[in-house]
Design a protein around this ligand. Structure first.
Ligand SMILES: Cc1cc2nc3c(=O)[nH]c(=O)nc-3n(C[C@H](O)[C@H](O)[C@H](O)COP(=O)(O)O)c2cc1C
Length: 375
């Protein structure tokens, strides 16, 4: 049986060999850029689609990294951007934004570090949350159009139908992340070419519906639009399951975070190898939106208060103080790092090419064996 059993119409739409998309994953000055150009290029070279984590970086860095990525591969690749809307606060300097955080929230956050006997970091590094605004993303979008990036994948809000039209006119394939059927239907109406249904298991931001229930509902609701499944897919079994649910491919984050190429700091990769099925939690207290990450005293403390999470980017700025202080004290195990429930399946750090090849080989094996498991 050849690997063409895995070739779906989405592969032809994107010009890739295998229906494996490496999720766009951002980073910060401490963690490193998780899906950097090296990782994205390695995945695209291996036959999947690599996606640059373009969200929490400056416009200048984004522009530079898109060019680096283009220099590393001639294969199709994507970039990820976020377009927070709704209750999100418009950008500003750290001082301006900090002034918008209520004092009782600041006191509460400081109290958590105090109870842990961790000193507050003296030198505050630039918070990545400053770049998680719609205005910054719209500037990056100009670069996406100029550089004719093959695929744009966006999440947390949307850039609007006109922008999607402009991307289409520039020959760009546009995809978006959805955490429920309502979002998926809205995004389809705005004109995206494919959707990623991201389930509750996923690392980072997602909704509250498990992939097993979400994926087929999204597939049915947006037919004939191609849908990818995201959340908890760490090996070939997950890929086969995604295809069985009607998805045309898998959107894989945490597994690629633990690749050799990812610029993720070694201690974060080590935490991933040590983590199990119950290590993560989903809460709004890291960024203001539901986010899956390693459970830490930060979550425990906020869950016990009656305080509501602040809107993007304010809650993230509060967490940044905790995160910088904790990592400066090298208390990495309570850093609250981003990863998904599928982390429990990961026991080694491998080159991205190997991750893709192992996933394909396992999927073909499982697919071939499945008939024999029925009586
Ligand atoms: C470390 C990390 C960082 C992430 N950063 C982003 C991001 O910047 N933008 C985004 O849309 N999704 C981000 N995500 C979510 C992924 O796009 C994807 O939905 C998720 O990783 C899929 O679930 P999995 O981790 O179980 O494979 C991140 C995920 C991880 C693990």
């Amino acid at each position: 049986m050849g690997d063409n059993v895995l070739h779906t119409p989405l592969c032809d739409m994107l010009g890739i060999r295998y229906p494996i998309l490496q999720a766009g994953m951002g980073g910060n000055a401490i963690r490193g850029l998780v899906s950097n150009p090296e990782l994205a290029a390695a995945v695209s070279e291996a036959g999947g689609l690599g996606v640059l984590g373009g969200a929490p970086i400056s416009v200048e860095e984004f522009s530079h990294l898109v060019r680096v990525l283009k220099s590393l591969t001639n294969k199709p690749f994507g970039v990820n951007l976020v377009f927070p809307g709704g209750d999100a606060i418009v950008g500003g300097s750290p001082e301006v934004l900090s002034a918008k955080i209520p004092q009782d929230y600041k006191d509460f956050a400081h109290g958590i570090l105090g109870e842990m006997k961790v000193e507050e970091a003296e030198k505050k590094l630039e918070p990545p949350h400053l770049y998680l605004t719609r205005e910054v993303s719209m500037k990056k979008l100009e670069i996406v159009l100029e550089e004719k990036v093959p695929v744009l994948v966006y999440s947390l809000g949307d850039p609007g139908a006109e922008t999607i039209d402009a991307a289409h006119q520039a020959g760009i394939t546009v995809m978006a992340l959805a955490g429920n059927v309502r979002q998926a239907v809205r995004l389809k109406a705005e004109g995206v070419d494919a959707l990623v249904a991201v389930g509750y298991e996923a690392g980072g931001h997602s909704g509250y519906i498990g992939s097993m229930a979400l994926v087929p509902q999204v597939v049915d609701a947006v037919k004939p639009l191609p849908v990818l499944a995201g959340g908890g897919i760490s090996d070939g079994r997950g890929l086969v399951a995604a295809l069985a649910l009607g998805a045309e491919g898998a959107w894989v984050g945490t597994r690629f975070m633990t690749s050799e190429e990812s610029a993720t700091v070694p201690w974060m990769k080590k935490l991933a190898l040590e983590a199990g099925d119950t290590s993560t939690v989903k809460s709004k207290f890291i960024s203001g939106k539901p986010n899956r990450h390693l459970r830490s005293p930060w979550d425990d403390a906020w869950e016990e208060t009656a305080k509501k999470p602040l809107p993007i980017p304010l809650q993230g700025l509060l967490f940044w103080d905790y995160f910088t202080s904790i990592t400066q004290a090298e208390a990495f195990e309570v850093s609250g790092e981003t990863m998904g429930q599928g982390v429990g399946l990961i026991d080694s750090i491998k080159p991205a090419k190997q991750i893709v090849e192992d996933m394909v080989a396992k999927a073909i094996q499982v697919y071939g064996e499945m008939g024999g498991r029925f009586i």
